[in-house]
Design a protein around this ligand. Sequence first.
Ligand code: MLT
Length: 389
Amino acid sequence: MNIKLASRVAQLPPYLFAEIDRAKTAARERGIDIIDLGIGDPDMPTFDNIVRKLQEVAPNPVYHRYPSYQGLKVFREAVANWYDRRFGVKVDPATEVVSLIGSKEGIAHISLAFIDPGDISLVPDPGYPVYNIGTLFAGGRSYFMPLKEENGFLPDLDAIPEDVRQKAKIIFINYPNNPTAACADRAFYERIVSFAKKYNIIVCHDAAYSEVYFGDKRPMSFLEVPGAKEVGIEFHSLSKTYNMTGWRIGWAVGNPEVIAGLGKIKTNVDSGLFEAIQIAGIEALEGDQGPQEELRAIYQKRRDVLVKGLSDAGFKVRSPEATLYVWFPVPSGMTSAHFCKTLLDKAGVVATPGNGFGPAGEGYARLTLCLPEERLKEAVERIKKAGVI
Ligand code: MLT
């Protein structure tokens, strides 16, 4: 039998983090003690109150049948209340909230709802690979918006050619940003809203890192800006905020027509999110938020250790105000891939090459804050010894 992949799949590069997993496994098999700062996967456990809530409700057979497609009403209400408390944003739980099997799932599916073959999505470069991949799966094309350091890693909307603006259906944005760790201000979101209105483009803001911030400046929601709900939606997730990457729980909120379009795709491809997990998700949003403060303090200390260590080692590193990532230029004369391979081979440290997030990421590498301080110190020592700089 001749089994042939569909061209939409055959054309894909290997998924970035699957490729890094492969390199890691190979290095481990060579006996290297790996310090894995590759993926943004929190190393600490889900908060106790959330785990206990799942233990309490999981045995209840009421949750063992197919979940609601949209998400439990009480879960959608908890999301709406959280948006109000945290951002002062009002959303209607009946029509403006949909539960997701993690925000990645919604990001991957949104293009199927709104992109026809030949349509364009405006995609940040570097950026989370799924914005582009979802667009390709829908038969669309990505127009990559370079995020340049001199622009604070914000896209330059004026640089997008007129014919591209006319054809674009979706613009993906993501702040606090993965991988650059940049934050956006109100003025940026205001520009996005007026740009989207003028060209009739749906804004999809990925806000997965809004709660991983350091200091007093809390990142804002794009939906705080007047007119935002007319033009778009925001994706969110419990993954990074409550150490819940394995649970696969997230949501999208915002424009009811966009939410309905995404919901229509989902009713046809999945059957919702285990309701016991949604109940635990309510506990996350409404229970004790103290552990979140502690988590931010831990990441902040880790950030300081890593940034100082890398700076002392001679790297030009900016201290991030949010996210789980430190994004920095690789030594001159090296490509991102060469640098990360050298780091793995000579130091046993897994870093993500910037070009894995798109061509404009070339010349950068990303390290995560997802290991304890001691391990980060060791990583820095090994990097120093490896003599890569
Ligand atoms: C990352 O490391 O970029 C993210 O953790 C990947 C993800 O959230 O899926």
